[in-house]
Ligand binder design. Sequence first.
Ligand code: MF3
Ligand code: CO
Ligand code: CO
Length: 253
Amino acid sequence: MGYSYIPLKMKAEVFRIKKACELTVSILDRLRLQIKPGVESRDIDLLCREMLFSAGGEAGLLGYKGFPSSLCISVNHVAAHGIPNDYKLVSGDILTMDLTAGLNGWFGDCAVTLGVGDISEEKGKLIAAAERATLAGIEAARAGGRMGDIGCAIQNASVESGYTVLKNFIGHGIGRKIHEEPAVLHCGEVGSGRPIVPGMVFTIEPILTPGADKVVLLKDGWSVITRDRMPCAQFEHTIAIFGDRTEILTRGT
Ligand code: MF3
Ligand code: CO
Ligand code: CO
């Protein structure tokens, strides 16, 4: 029907991706302990590189299309692809850490949004809603369904919480490459889109904001901010589709 080719994974391959996902999560878990006021986001990048290196892992993002760091750190109104820099975190900030780690040639991808020090109730609600939206998408990702089921579930969960999903940012297949087919839209209609079949491994990673679905690319060529400077939150998981179940490979963070 004209769908592009998806490299479906055998169980042994999913197991390898899971190992990369476990490394990804363990690094994010250790990095989150370092998030406090006064820390520069590039310090987090340096720690991340050390952890990847000492675990024999690969920084999937470093050098990817020229990306200069081992992870993305997107603070407040930076929606995605923030480059770690000399910005000093202050209490009340929220930040998303997004890490793609490789192990033995396979990749895992996970992102989490955290608060720095004391955050406002509004930011706390945004973070909780973003996590719910991702989990709603995962819940809808079942063999026998369609990709549109996932987008619809995310959309519904976000609207229910009163937030907007940034539609230009999509999830993606993952495996030997950090971005593969299929494209995973964070909006859609139930029963539409390509069929969800066993062996698919892909990410779900909606970005939520209280403001408008309008973004601007900064001059650094990577950081994307909301035009209205409203904050963003994002949770990303890598999941594997089996005939009888769906597994979150990046569970734990
Ligand atoms: N980990 C990001 C994702 O979820 C990768 C962003 S590409 C980058 O797909 F180069 F900007 F980091
Ligand atoms: Co990611
Ligand atoms: Co991703």
